[in-house]
Design a protein around this ligand. Structure first.
Ligand code: PLP
Length: 385
């Protein structure tokens, strides 16, 4: 065995804890000492602070955003669909190039997923294919009731045509913002454009708990009230279920930690962009590597810095020999994974670009605590390979 030690990992959630250790330890101690561990003051304060962050910068008079914490990002998506009354007898459209959670959530509520292809430059939902399936739905599927665009790797989808096509057909837009906390498009923050936004707060996400967490945001007070009830047994009053509910709560310790981390999010997103700019520069002379494309009039928050290489696996091994960790997001399109293969419906493009991307993409080290020295080492390795 002569395995090279990885000295620059692809992600390092522990570094996020160490960077704010004193503040986080104090927040955890406060939550523990309170004697109240589920849906209390910390959770309420985090929801208010998150809603204020989500709604910041919107036009005066815009409807107030309400945020609802829950157990994880997968549940945020299921709560959004349950809140909208989407379940058996509905088709929900999303992409195959996503965390499997997006598709799993659709099946968790009993709806039927229909998976579309991506634009190969930005890896996000192809709006033309969406317009085509809404105008002319594939036969044999229940009616399309919702679309879940996924803002992947930190970059917003091409939302304007997606929103227009959905509005034309009266279909709800549920934004999966799990990889894009703080990304913007056309001056608007993602999560402010659809009916409801869903966020994972998994430890490696741009805003990450030190455990599981999720949150939803919506300007629709009635929908917010339904979702808040459904996440706790359908209770509007204690012990009385007015709706069919589930249990998906964010605990007080995680909420206290997330309140600390939220204060650092915008600055950390700037640091991610700075690291991305350094990688871009190092790649500018490369003929075989394709750097991430930035959508115009948008703000990319680099949850991941994803490259393409025609011989990706070899290239990753070479980086590993330099002690540099990489990842693949994602190695297998959802529709080709054993649990889904031959069983989920695809759009007319047959996910051809999704299949190509899965063979060529890989992710460089990306987290806000990455030092300038570590970034320089990655850049040097990219320049020599
Ligand atoms: C992480 C992620 C999820 C799932 O979140 P969990 O908190 O792990 O349940 C859903 N969608 C996308 C795009 C994600 O990246």
């Amino acid at each position: 065995m002569n395995a090279t030690a990885i000295t620059v990992p692809q992600a390092d959630p522990g570094a996020g804890y160490r960077a704010q250790k004193a503040e986080i330890d104090a927040a955890v101690a406060r939550a523990l000492a309170s004697g109240w561990y589920i849906l209390g003051k910390e959770g309420e304060a985090f929801e208010k602070e998150y809603a204020a962050w989500q709604g910041a910068g919107r036009a005066a008079g815009a409807r107030e955003i309400r945020a609802i914490g829950c157990a994880n990002g997968t549940d945020a998506l299921t709560l959004a669909m349950r809140g909208l009354g989407i379940g058996p007898g509905a088709t929900v459209v999303t992409v195959s190039h996503t965390a499997v959670a997006t598709v799993a959530a659709i099946e968790m509520v009993g709806a039927t997923p229909l998976l579309l292809d991506i634009d190969p430059d930005t890896y996000t939902m192809d709006p033309d294919e969406l317009a085509a399936v809404l105008d002319d739905p594939p036969p044999g599927l229940p009616p399309i009731r919702a679309v879940i665009p996924v803002h992947i790797y930190g970059q917003a989808c091409d939302l304007a045509p997606i929103l227009a096509a959905c509005a034309k057909h009266g279909v709800a837009v549920i934004e999966d913002c799990s990889q894009a906390h703080g990304a913007t498009i056309g001056g608007a923050k993602v999560g402010n454009l659809g009916r409801v936004a869903c966020y994972s707060l998994y430890p490696t996400k741009n805003l990450g708990a030190l455990g599981d967490g999720g949150i939803l945001a919506t300007p629709d007070p009635e929908l917010a009230g339904r979702i808040a009830a459904i996440r706790q047994y359908g209770w509007k009053r204690r012990y009385i279920s007015d709706l069919q509910g589930v249990n998906s709560r964010l605990d007080e310790v995680q909420a206290a930690i997330l309140r600390v981390k939220l204060q650092h999010l915008d600055r950390q997103n700037d640091r991610r962009r700075q690291i991305a700019a350094a990688y871009d520069k190092a790649l500018s002379g490369s003929r075989s590597l394709t750097a991430p494309v930035r959508r115009a009039h948008a703000h990319h928050v680099f949850h991941l810095y994803v490259l393409r290489h025609p011989r990706r696996d070899e290239f990753m091994m070479s980086l590993k020999a330099h002690g540099i960790g990489t990842g693949i997001h994602y190695p297998m399109p959802v529709h080709t994974q054993p649990a889904y293969e031959g069983r989920v419906a695809l759009g007319p493009a047959n996910c051809a670009e999704t299949g190509r991307a899965a063979q060529e993409v890989f992710s460089l080290p990306m987290y806000p605590e990455l030092s300038d020295e570590a970034v320089a080492r990655v850049c040097d390795a990219l320049a020599t390979l």
